[in-house]
Design a protein around this ligand. Structure first.
Ligand code: CA
Ligand code: CA
Ligand code: CA
Length: 276
């Protein structure tokens, strides 16, 4: 234990951050899977300047709402439940948002869709989060929005809604028996949209730019032995309590390198993941 003490002292300054993967679509490398509104209502294109910074996606469109859709860029898709926390964000600038010439606001939300085995009468089930009302007054300059959530939550976190069924008064909700986590387990499409489920909108003129569409997934740290989200003295004391042989191999959470012993090597792994 004397060695453990000295190792602790010498390693505490070497703080590393728990595993987090972040992907940012800056549009400098093209759309990277993101598709904006197209069709008779207008057009969407990537423009090289005027973003936050530089390249950005700009849409000029007249419709009930606009949606930016991705079902191919895997960084935003798939199983979120392997992460202990996830963050999705977008930067937006509104040049024009009006209804027959009068400025109006429309909600901006992110919707995570599970299109596998959709409920009868629906194209998908989803969970969605409203960032803020969009308007030319509120986002005349670039504005960042993001939401951080626990993908393993079963109940809808505050601010989130569900889609795929209706309650008794016709409001959208998740189908009975489907949890937030169930949707996050298999996300097939991610959409940034002004179309909030359960609401109807008139034809609206949109001139909107988006940039820095981003997703971060924070993987659980195996050294977080008590599952608190941080690696600190509480985890160290769990490791020390498990010190010694750990048969059978792989059965002890504190055996971080899986060699059948809880010893200084595991403590070194834990300290490398120290959250401070
Ligand atoms: Ca950019
Ligand atoms: Ca912990
Ligand atoms: Ca070990």
């Amino acid at each position: 234990m004397r060695n453990a003490c000295c190792l602790l002292a010498s390693t505490l300054s070497a703080v590393s951050v728990a595993g987090a993967q972040t992907t940012v679509v800056t549009f400098t490398n093209g759309a990277e899977g993101w598709i904006g509104p197209t069709g008779p209502g207008g057009s969407t294109s990537i423009v090289a300047t005027g973003g936050n910074p530089d390249a950005n996606m700009r849409t000029v469109f007249n419709n009930f709402g606009i949606s930016f859709f991705n079902s191919t860029n895997q960084a935003f898709l798939g199983d979120f439940t392997t992460a202990q926390s996830a963050t999705i964000g977008i930067d937006v600038r509104v040049e024009n948002l009006s209804f027959f010439g009068t400025p109006v606001s429309r909600p901006l939300l992110v919707e995570l869709r599970d299109t596998t085995n959709p409920p009868a009468g629906y194209g998908w089930k989803s969970v969605w989060y409203v960032f803020a009302p969009l308007s030319s007054a509120a986002q005349s300059s670039w504005t960042s929005f993001s939401v951080t959530f626990d993908p393993n939550a079963t109940a809808l976190p505050p601010g989130w809604g569900g889609y795929g069924a209706e309650n008794a008064v016709g409001e959208p909700q998740l189908p009975a028996g489907t949890t937030f986590r169930d949707v996050l387990k298999g996300v097939d499409a991610v959409v940034f949209t002004t179309l909030q489920p359960g609401f109807f909108y008139g034809f609206t003129d949109f001139t909107v730019r988006i940039d820095n569409l981003r997703v971060t997934r924070v993987q659980p740290n195996p050294a977080d032995l008590d599952g608190s989200g941080t690696v600190n003295a509480a985890d160290l004391s769990i490791l020390l309590a498990a010190w010694g042989e750990c048969p059978p191999k792989g059965a002890c959470p504190a055996d971080l390198n899986g060699d059948g012993l809880v010893d200084a090597a595991d403590m070194s792994v834990l300290l490398a993941g120290w959250s401070a």
